[in-house]
Design a protein around this ligand. Structure first.
Ligand code: SAH
Ligand code: SF4
Length: 343
């Protein structure tokens, strides 16, 4: 019999399952708390009888993010992990320290199907979706390893979270549960390349998470060349979904814009972007593109970044250049896992 993923179950689901094994509600609660605490085996659940632990082992497994590699930035203390879940699944995550606490960037898939031309993860293809428990386990492993509490999460690591919608939604409910890791939903952001139908679904959930949208171009011509997803949902459709999301949730949308020299960084691009976003409840994050091996893309010059900020300001749009953390450890995701696969 295939073992079931016990850490992906909601509290009430666990209770119902254990009821069928003849166990009372308080047992489910005890087990749930052990799982939240980050145990890696049923034998660590010391307030359960030996017999019960053996029964649980026959039915369930506990997923765990094993630390394969860990890099610590000498500049700012940013920590980058390479985790494995089985012999073939490797993902990256990054822990950053800010004045308000620790923010962790986690992965939602091993690889990605979306094929953005500037992205290291996109270049490596897709292997599989991560389960809700595997998303939780990344946070648990980092918390245990660093002996800290993560207060903010960004789903901005490897993979497209809205292409793994059900598991990601389950994760969001589990991680924000007051008996769970208890990370407030308002402290969580999700970044998407623009899976429009799922943005509408997420809007209906009205969870209140912050949406980051990887726009990276002011028009369809440029965007379709760098982001194939644009051929399915163009910028107009994407921005319509974004407006609808921010109207319902009253949350500001963050637009990510990786600045690539001579591709999307001219004055005309900034004006076009300003025109499109004018009047929206939003913020633009400019990111000098990370130069990925196998691409010819170069970072935009500082002068271009400044020009973008001042042109966007004319349209009433605030834009900032994202602070780079962990630049000595290649802290942007996709690069470490990519290297490992090439070994
Ligand atoms: N799939 C999601 C989330 C993961 S990617 C998405 O695309 O939004 C996280 C962020 O890194 C996205 O904004 C993505 O566009 C950006 N990114 C990917 N490769 C990059 C690169 N080479 N330089 C700068 N940003 C990059
Ligand atoms: Fe996938 Fe995001 Fe990379 Fe595009 S930028 S390939 S959607 S991970």
């Amino acid at each position: 019999m295939e073992l079931k993923d016990i850490k992906s179950l909601y509290k009430n689901e666990l209770k119902e399952e254990l009821l069928t094994m003849g166990l009372q509600g308080f047992r489910a609660y005890q087990i749930y708390k052990w799982l939240v605490g980050g145990v890696q085996s049923f034998d660590e659940m010391t307030n359960l009888s030996h017999q019960l632990r053996e029964e649980l082992k026959k039915k369930y497994y506990i997923s765990h993010a094993k630390i394969e590699r860990k890099l610590v930035s000498k500049i700012d203390g940013t920590v980058k992990y390479l985790f494995s879940f089985d012999d073939t699944t490797f993902v990256e995550a990054v822990v950053m320290s800010y004045h308000h606490g620790y923010t962790m960037c986690i992965s939602s898939q091993d690889g990605c199907k979306m094929g953005c031309t500037f992205c290291a993860t996109g270049k490596g293809g897709f292997r599989r979706n991560l389960t809700a428990s595997e998303l939780l386990s990344q946070i648990q492993s980092a918390q245990q390893d660093l002996n800290i509490r993560i207060s903010n999460i960004v789903l901005m690591g490897m993979g497209e979270p809205l292409d793994n919608y059900d598991n990601v939604l389950r994760f969001l409910r589990l991680v924000s549960d007051s008996d769970g890791l208890n990370i407030g939903i308002r402290h969580i952001s999700l970044s998407t390349c623009g899976i429009v139908d799922k943005i509408y679904e997420l809007e209906k959930e009205n969870l209140g998470i912050t949406l980051s949208v990887s726009l990276h171009a002011p028009n369809d011509e440029i965007r379709s060349k760098t982001m194939p997803v644009n051929k399915k949902w163009n910028i107009e459709e994407l921005l319509k979904a974004c407006k609808s999301y921010s109207n319902t949730t009253k949350r500001r949308i963050s637009f990510e814009y990786a600045m690539i020299e001579d591709v999307n960084d001219c004055d005309a691009c900034a004006n076009e972007l300003g025109n499109r976003l004018q009047g929206m409840l939003c913020h633009v994050n400019l990111i000098p593109v990370n130069e990925v091996k196998g691409t010819n893309y170069k970072k935009s010059k500082l002068k271009r970044q400044q020009a973008f900020i001042s042109i966007l300001a004319r349209y009433g749009i605030t834009a900032t250049v994202r602070r780079t953390l962990g630049s000595d450890i290649n802290a942007s995701c996709g690069q470490l896992a990519g290297k490992l696969q090439n070994i």
